[in-house]
Design a protein around this ligand. Sequence first.
Ligand code: NAP
Length: 249
Amino acid sequence: MIRVLVNGANGRMGRTVCEAVKNDPDLEFVGGVDVFGDGVERDLKTAIEKFQPQVMIDFTRPDVVLENVLTALNLKVAVVVGTTGLNDESKEKIRLAAESNQTPAFIAPNFAIGAVLMMLFARQAAKYLPDVEIIELHHDKKLDAPSGTAIQTAAMISEVREKHTQGHPDEVEKIPCARGAQIDGIRIHSVRLPGYVAHQEVIFGGLGQTLSIRHDSMDRNSFMPGVVLAAKKVLDLKGLTVGLEKILD
Ligand code: NAP
């Protein structure tokens, strides 16, 4: 049994994660942490000292996740991070903390297997269809934009795509940001509306054809098999690992 602490335990994802951990025979739910502390601990360091977890799962907020992760790693607790919004500089700090504490860290911008497959298929398609735009759609309580999944998808496409300029060179945005955000020339459009959970469409355009690769998380349970798998595998990893695809068989 691996002893697991859930940080952000009273949040939308956190509540589902607590149930998933409790229902898994190989994981032991030792406690939860949340700022308002309704039925759980309020302070991460106190909770770690009290519950002595081997793994901390974090689904909190983009503005506090780095501090949470460094606190856990410095106390030699392995981390599984679902919270999005970590930039490259923060990931580098996490990598250094994981290495210096000899305690593994795992981050996945998306724990849904379907979303991971969408990213892998998009990387494959981009070799042949380099003109691509991403539309990501999420619930209106999401704090960060674009989504971590969209950023990761663009990064994976960039790995295989030759330097490429797309769209009309004389294109004019009559209203700023009309064409969305940009990563390595790949446009990303973020939709925030009630009703959505987490969705993404990667659209490729070619001569006389388009290809759409779409993934929809209809329910937060879609992320749970990935979170549970990461909690079981993280102790066998070293340093920082990013992406669910790295731990799938
Ligand atoms: P949420 O409902 O706002 O949950 C976050 C919880 O963390 C809230 O209860 C929040 O309390 C609490 N919190 C804030 N600061 C904290 C701190 N310092 N210590 C402990 N708890 C703290 O958000 P959510 O929808 O569950 O999403 C959480 C994160 O997961 C987001 O970054 C989201 O993008 C990400 N996410 C990732 C995946 C994935 O597969 N990787 C999937 C879905 C969501 P307050 O409400 O009082 O601030």
